[in-house]
Design a protein around this ligand. Sequence first.
Ligand code: MG
Length: 161
Amino acid sequence: MQLRIGNGYDIHRLVPGRPLILGGQRLEHPAGLGLDGHSDADVLVHAIMDALLGSLSLGDIGKYFPPDDPRWKGADSLVLLEQVKALVQQRGWSVVNIDSVVVAERPKLKPHIGAMAAAIAERLGIAPDQVGVKATTNEHLGAEGREEGISCHAVALLSRS
Ligand code: MG
């Protein structure tokens, strides 16, 4: 059996007047902020897509979904994730597991973790326990700590027999 590992990172700015979507779930930020971006700016799903692409040296999401392409304006990132899954599957690889950590001061993500993992697992055709979603604050340090943005780190392990 062959194994491949990949890592992904993303950050988007928190701004007023935008929805806050993480793992496909619409959340409420206590200060009414949301993530800015060309698509729905779902940093969690973006980091996971980059981890999947990276594991097979397929480049990054900017290569497949360029931010200047009007097709991806306001795109649902879970739909983009399905396209990345197709690229992985076409090459004969399956996802063993994913792990991720979202760095956000607010809102509290814990109540939403299960729904995020389930939504991502469903699009990838794997079980929710193959998708680790964790959350941490940045202890008020740095850009995430000042609520200028939310970032995410992810790793993906793939196998092929
Ligand atoms: Mg992004």
